[in-house]
Write a protein that binds this ligand. Structure first.
Ligand code: FMN
Length: 213
């Protein structure tokens, strides 16, 4: 059985976020039976953010049409997400928070949220990058994790790399560019290796067991 991992980048340029996600997806592909797709949101036609029409809440089957306010590429991305098994969400720090693009994507995922939690139990990890070593990475990771939690996804985290070991945070710019000893770079590969071969086996009565491929 193939497991499909989608990496979604919320940067507005081809920069560090792309490198991080692509490295992670590469690590995932090294595992047997994993296929990946890389989605740079900026490459898609996205006409705007959520307009709070709440039609997705009222629709009988929101999955048929997803967001009724727009007929753009974001709906296609959301449909793809429903068929994927796991995700890496990556977004750089902009003024201590998300980029406008990532926020647009998150808010527009409302129809999936409304439609029986279509992303429920899919594993997800978050990556971020910033200019400063303490530039707001923790907060962005928190927001991305919260987004995943809203959708009932399963979060895969990463432990901290101690400065004494020569690395920055696993999501810091040092990590992207190799950094001292490249420790951080290794760590985000590790997130992917641990997280994405996971899938759930239903045991019945609403119970699941996490299986490693
Ligand atoms: C509008 C804007 C706001 C930014 N805000 C922060 C910030 O709050 N903290 C920080 O450390 N870096 C900040 N940066 C730097 C970016 O996080 C950094 O350049 C990062 O590498 C961008 O990701 P990318 O390479 O994937 O485009 C900001 C950059 C821009 C353009």
């Amino acid at each position: 059985m193939k497991v499909k991992i989608i990496g979604i980048a919320g940067s507005v340029r081809k920069g560090n976020t792309d490198i991080m996600i692509q490295e992670s997806l590469k690590a995932a592909r090294e595992l047997k039976d994993v296929e990946t797709e890389f989605i740079r949101l900026i490459d898609y036609k996205i006409d705007g953010g959520c307009v709070a029409c709440y039609k997705c809440f009222k629709a009988k089957n929101p999955l048929d049409k997803l967001c009724e306010a727009y007929d753009d590429d974001l709906n296609k991305i959301l449909k793809k997400m429903l068929t994927a098994d796991g995700f890496i969400f990556g977004c750089p720090v902009y003024f201590g928070s998300l980029t406008w693009l990532m926020k647009e994507f998150i808010d527009r995922s409302h129809p999936i949220f409304a439609a029986n939690r279509g992303l429920r139990n899919k594993p997800a990890a978050a990556l971020t990058v910033a200019l400063g070593r303490n530039g707001g990475q923790g907060y962005v990771i928190d927001i991305l994790h919260r987004f995943a939690m809203f959708h009932d996804m399963l979060i895969v985290g990463a432990s901290v790399v101690w400065p004494a070991e020569g690395g920055a945070s696993p999501w810091g710019a040092d990590g992207v560019q190799g950094g001292p000893q490249g420790i951080a770079r290794l760590q985000f590969k590790d997130i992917t290796r641990r997280v994405f071969p996971l899938h759930l086996v239903e045991l019945g009565d609403g119970l699941y067991r996490v299986m490693q491929l």
